[in-house]
Design a protein around this ligand. Sequence first.
Ligand SMILES: Nc1ncnc2c1ncn2[C@@H]1O[C@H](COP(=O)(O)OP(=O)(O)O)[C@@H](O)[C@H]1O
Ligand SMILES: Nc1ccn([C@H]2C[C@H](O)[C@@H](COP(=O)(O)OP(=O)(O)O)O2)c(=O)n1
Length: 225
Amino acid sequence: MSDQPLMIAIDGPSGTGKSSVSKAVARALGVGYLDTGAMYRALTWWCLDQGIDLSDQAAVAREAASYPLEMGTDPAAPSVSVGGRAIDAQIREGRITAAVSQVATNLQVRALMRDKQHALMQQIASATGGVVAEGRDITTVVAPDAQVRILMTASEEARMARRSKELAVEAESTRSQIVDRDRIDSTVSQFHTAADGVVTVDTTTLNFEESVEAVLAIARGAGSD
Ligand SMILES: Nc1ncnc2c1ncn2[C@@H]1O[C@H](COP(=O)(O)OP(=O)(O)O)[C@@H](O)[C@H]1O
Ligand SMILES: Nc1ccn([C@H]2C[C@H](O)[C@@H](COP(=O)(O)OP(=O)(O)O)O2)c(=O)n1
């Protein structure tokens, strides 16, 4: 096995289980966790709080370069703060979910986030012996050097059902944030396949524990190299 700290990158569309499975895997391995989606959400919250027009891509990119973001990377208690203010609940509000794609499709922002996220992954891996980072482009753009690169998938129905159960709403009401937002996200994040060294884990028929075990098996396999 290489002496480099283990970096695990997990991508996939909304509702596949990326965040919850990534946290469980990080806890099982005793390493840090990075929610890159929360970084885009926090930037969206910051810009709205600062009165920045999200359609002004240069202005949003300037904020991306300077916003005072602090990511808590303990998988048992991940946290997001901006300027010392904890905004964990705020970044999950509907208004942020509805607006974040406008920030996430800003290519100037993505270039800045790519560098921030890769640097953060290295810092976390050095500090804790490894890192599990999840998002949309971690396996392809942010950390193609990660030893473990996984694309988590699931059927639209399964993803809508999971999100609706999580939010205690009708499944159809999650279509906009699951299906419609995925279509927007996919315009800037092309998922790779096994051909590029990315292992696909389809969680459609797996329960949560089985999903975690599937990822751990891949990680342990890589760790034994
Ligand atoms: N394999 C699974 N089977 C059933 N529910 C799952 C599974 N994986 C995750 N979940 C649940 O589905 C919901 C969405 O998971 P989440 O990790 O937020 O997905 P994502 O980060 O991909 O959007 C959460 O309530 C989570 O506990
Ligand atoms: N590395 C990433 C992570 C998230 N994004 C986008 C995808 C979503 O539209 C937002 C928020 O990501 P998040 O993972 O919180 O989205 P979900 O609600 O879990 O589907 O940011 C991205 O473009 N690149």
